[in-house]
Design a protein around this ligand. Structure first.
Ligand code: 6PG
Length: 282
């Protein structure tokens, strides 16, 4: 005999650092992320007059970016007040298929109402790309009052090797970041801020990265200091290929040098994982 209806038990959540949102499918997950993103954006625009959003590349978030453009449910996202930043970039020209900016701009930049002056690509083929981008970040954020001169929302992904942004296991940028956090308590240990950076604090907001663990080409990436200063950090992970790594992060069996995603720990912000059922360990 059939039950007239059944109530699905809640989906089990892996024990990850921060809060965890699990949805049955990647599509439902997109709704959860988009709803949170709109709420964050509206709150920031109400409070500060603008919203500083940093987006990652990779294949996982592209359906989310597309949905933000066409789903009327998310139309109230205040694009005109949004600044769009790129979390990390491959050292290729903007017309290269591997350019994160190309992909994100083709979906979001061009189709949203973000004024072009508020879209901030990383000029990753320039020798001083890292220095240039951190100056641009600091100059755009320094207008905020003290304590709020930081990114509002950073969306990250995670590779099957535990990398996030372009911070790969034991890669030079990651190791330099971890060292600077340990040595100074600044940037990683305390909260990085645009103001402190401008005043000469000895942490980096953006670094170049390369070396054996970095999937070529070389990269330019926001540092842990920048990511961990953000008001909200979302980590979007879908699909069974990531399941083993999600289990490893949940087991806390390695530190940030080997599992870069473990270094993500916002100092005065929120960390929220967004997983579909396929990415969740049994
Ligand atoms: C990038 C990213 C990177 C990405 C992970 C996951 O530019 O590739 O910023 O950190 O989020 O590699 O990539 P997938 O979503 O393609 O699995």
């Amino acid at each position: 005999m059939h039950e007239p209806y059944s109530i699905e038990p809640p989906l089990p959540k892996p024990n990850l650092p921060g809060s965890v949102v699990v949805r049955a499918s990647a599509d439902e997950l997109i709704d959860a992320i988009a709803a949170d993103l709109v709420a964050q954006a509206m709150g920031c625009v109400r409070t500060f007059g603008d919203f500083h959003l940093a987006l990652s590349g990779g294949s996982t978030p592209m359906p989310l970016y597309r949905r933000l453009m066409y789903d009327p449910a998310y139309r109230q996202l205040p694009w005109k007040r949004t600044h769009l930043w790129i979390v990390d970039e491959r050292c290729v020209p903007f017309d290269d298929e591997r350019s994160n900016f190309k992909e994100i701009d083709e979906i979001v930049g061009i189709h949203s109402d973000i004024p072009r002056t508020q879209i901030h690509p990383i000029h990753a083929t320039e020798a001083d790309a890292d220095v240039r981008y951190e100056r641009e970040l600091a100059s755009a954020l320094i207008w905020r009052e003290k304590g709020h001169d930081r990114l509002d929302y950073v969306l990250l992904g995670m590779g099957a090797d535990g990398h996030t942004a372009s911070l790969f296991p034991r890669s030079p940028a990651l190791m330099a970041d971890l060292q600077s956090a340990a040595a100074t308590g600044g940037g990683g240990g305390g909260q990085a801020s645009a103001r402190a950076f401008k005043e000469g604090a000895d942490y980096r907001l953006v670094r170049k990265n390369g070396g054996p663990s970095v999937t070529p080409p070389d990269r330019v990436t926001m540092t842990l200091a920048t990511i961990n200063a953000a008001r909200f950090v979302g980590v979007m992970v879908t699909g069974e290929k990531k399941r083993a790594m999600v289990a490893k992060v949940a087991s806390r069996s390695a530190g940030a040098a080997d599992l870069p995603i473990m270094g993500v720990s916002p100092r005065a912000g929120e960390l929220r994982w967004y997983l579909d059922r396929d990415a969740c360990p049994e």
